[in-house]
Each structure stands twice: as structure tokens, then as C-alpha cells.
Design a protein around this ligand. Structure first.
Ligand SMILES: *Cc1c(COP(=O)(O)O)cnc(C)c1O
Length: 369
């Protein structure tokens, strides 16, 4: 089952000139490549019908369970073009493992990890011409799983579909590594104890959209969520983990408390910081500790991290009765050098000493479907 044979149906490819025009300035999430991967699961037959097909609409019965009960999970990772022309991706097995953790929480079927990586490889090999090679550019990969059994009635679906789509990407935030302002959402939560906060599911994002709108109304670009019970213990942003840096070089980041996502970027940065000899504390951190630390000068940097935006310095924290401007403390030294190191490993400019890269398309290979 893990070495499912993919059937391949060649798409009408976008003319090269149009593709090159898109790759010159792809933005984020606006354009999609020529193909996609689809694999079907049923309770009786398991995973089958693995296909590489032209990108396009998928058949969807109006009674599909995902449309009513929200059984959906996803992943996000990137493929990078290296100077020798090869295409690599970063720690895909971590995404495969996390997809399965999300699947368990959402009562969806688990997908063999090798099949996840194989699906990514099939798509990127077919659409290798879509992997841009410019500074801070990549091909963003979006694997996801939906329950598509047709019935109304609340139970775990017995039919699901796993898909992978790909979108050429420039920097997530236009304007480069500019500090963002974040809004502290205390009354509106995205997750609570025992809920789905540690799963990467669309439902968590749905819950974050109203707070995101409130943030925008208050002039902020992102939302920071606290633990719903304390309204002071920091969880994470809507789609990024949070780090603080103390003056003595110690990094602080909220521990994996069941509410927050186990970010691959978070985990990688913890490793890179420890490699440099920095202490890293994974524990409860409160807004109070952050505010007091900024006031007395013991907390000198703050940043958010995730695959899409890599590392984003935080320049300002606002909330009800709260407004901290970090001014010239952002972006900080560690924020910038960790970002440079991580993106350097991903792009091939720095040594991959932890073996984090997986080659998807070797140097010199023709794009082949
Ligand atoms: C995807 C995501 C992150 C970042 O995870 P990475 O693996 O680093 O991309 C953080 N928080 C949430 C809620 C997410 O969905």
C-alpha cells in the first residue's frame, strides 16, 4: 500500500512565457501549478486511486461531510530551487507525521508517511518548472485531506480524499523583513483545553478570522492568542509560533501545551539556537512577563515563525489597554541571524548539517510528468 502506483494524466501546461511572468512576481497563494495529486481513501479499501492530474475543480457532492462538519486538515511546506538547479524540500517527514497527528484528532484516516513524501515528489517532479529560483522565492506546497462521504449525520466519514496542490511564492509579507504589529486577542480564542488547537485544521483558522478582523480594525497585521482559561499565558499567533529573546541570549517559547501547533520552523529554530549555545526555555510565558521584561530591558527581541513567513520580527503589541512599541529593538540581531541561517540551509547557501533537506528533483533532471 505504501508504494501506490500513481497514474499520471498530463495537463495542458501554461505557456512558458506566462509561467515566467508569474514567477517573476508570484505574490503568495495567488497562482497554482499545472497539476495536483489526489488519493482516495475508503474505510473498506484504504488508500487507493493515487493520481497526478491536471489542476482543477474536484467533484463534490453537496452532502459531503467536510462541508457540514468540517473534517479537514492540512499541511504547508516549501520546495526550494538550489543554485545547481536541483529542487529540495525541508523536513517533509515532519509534516507527514504532523498530518497524521491532525488526522487522529479529526477522526480522519492516517496516511503512510512515505506516501505523503511520494505525493509531494510526484507533484514537484511534474511541475518542476514552477519552482522559482529568486531570492526568498519557493514553491509552496499545500497537502490537505477532506472527508467527502455524502451523508448527513454526525459521525466520522468513511470516505476521504488527500490532495496536494502547489503555488509559487515570494515573501509572505510584502515589504521584506519588516516588523509586524500584533493584536492581543483575549476574549476571542482559537483553541481551548482538549480542543483542536494542536491540530492543523481549517476549523482553527475559521475561529481566528474574526479576531484577525478585529486586529486589522486596530491597525495590527496579526493576532496573538492567549490561553482561553488564563487570558494571560501566551499560546501563539493565528498561524505562527512565538519566540521572545532575553538580553542574556536565552530564547523563550511557549511549550507545546495542547493548544498550539508543533511548528516545524519552531522546532528547527530551537535546534539552531541550541547549536549556537543559546539556552532555550519551552514553558508557560505570560503577557505580563513579556510586558515587564520589555519595560526593564530584560526582553530584547520578539518574533513569530512559520513555514510561510519564516521569521517575522514583532515591532508592536497592542490589546485592550495595552500598547507596547518595541521601536528600535526590532528586528533584533538574533531574529535576523536565525532567519538568515534557516533560509540559507533551505536555499543551499549553507551546509545542511542536520540532514533536513530531501532532494525532490536532482540537478540536471528534465521536468517529467
Ligand atoms: C502551520 C502553523 C504554524 C507553523 O508551523 P510550521 O510547521 O512552522 O509551518 C504555527 N501555528 C499554526 C496555528 C499553524 O497552523
Amino acid at each position: 500500500m505504501t508504494d501506490l502506483a500513481f497514474t499520471r494524466t498530463e495537463a495542458d501546461r501554461l505557456p512558458a512565457a506566462e509561467r515566467e511572468a508569474i514567477l517573476a512576481d508570484p505574490g503568495f497563494g495567488n497562482h497554482f501549478t499545472d497539476h495536483m495529486v489526489s488519493i482516495v481513501w475508503t474505510r473498506d479499501a484504504g488508500w487507493h486511486d493515487a493520481e497526478l492530474v491536471p489542476y482543477g475543480p474536484i467533484p463534490m457532492d453537496p452532502a459531503s461531510s467536510v462541508l457540514h462538519y468540517g473534517q479537514e486538515i492540512f499541511e504547508g511546506l516549501k520546495a526550494y530551487r538550489r543554485p545547481d538547479g536541483s529542487v529540495v524540500t525541508f523536513r517533509p517527514e515532519a509534516n507527514a507525521r504532523r498530518l497524521n497527528e491532525s488526522a487522529r484528532r479529526l477522526a480522519l484516516p492516517e496516511l503512510p508517511e512515505e506516501l505523503f513524501v511520494q505525493a509531494v515528489r510526484e507533484l514537484v517532479s511534474a511541475d518542476a518548472d514552477w519552482v522559482p529560483g529568486g531570492q526568498d522565492q519557493s514553491l509552496y506546497l499545500r497537502p490537505f485531506m477532506i472527508a467527502d462521504e455524502s451523508f448527513l449525520g454526525v459521525r466520522a466519514a468513511e470516505r476521504a480524499r488527500f490532495l496536494v496542490i502547489a503555488s509559487p511564492a515570494g515573501p509572505y509579507f510584502s515589504g521584506g523583513v519588516k516588523p509586524v504589529s500584533i493584536w492581543l486577542s483575549q476574549d476571542l480564542a482559537r483553541a481551548g483545553r482538549g480542543g483542536t488547537g494542536a491540530a492543523k485544521c481549517g476549523g482553527n483558522y475559521a475561529a481566528s478570522l474574526l479576531p484577525q478582523r478585529v486586529a486589522a480594525e486596530n491597525g495590527c497585521q496579526q493576532v496573538l492568542f492567549t490561553d482561553a482559561a488564563t487570558e494571560d499565558t501566551i499560546d501563539e499567533l493565528g498561524g505562527m509560533n512565538l519566540f521572545l529573546v532575553r538580553r542574556d541570549g536565552t530564547l523563550l517559547t511557549p511549550q507545546l501545551n495542547g493548544n498550539i501547533l508543533d511548528g516545524v520552523t519552531r522546532r528547527s529554530l530551537i535546534q539552531l539556537a541550541k547549536d549556537r549555545g543559546h539556552a532555550v526555555e519551552e514553558r508557560d510565558i505570560t503577557v505580563t512577563e513579556w510586558r515587564e521584561g520589555v519595560a526593564d530591558g530584560s526582553i530584547v527581541e520578539a518574533f513569530a515563525c512559520g513555514t510561510a513567513a519564516v521569521i517575522t520580527p514583532i515591532g508592536r503589541l497592542k490589546g485592550e489597554g495595552l500598547d507596547i512599541d518595541f521601536g528600535d529593538r526590532a528586528p533584533g540581531e538574533l531574529t535576523l541571524t536565525l532567519r538568515e541561517e534557516l533560509t540559507g540551509i533551505q536555499s543551499g547557501a549553507r551546509e545542511d548539517r542536520h540532514g533536513w533537506l530531501t532532494v525532490l528533483v536532482p540537478a540536471g533532471a528534465e521536468a517529467a510528468a
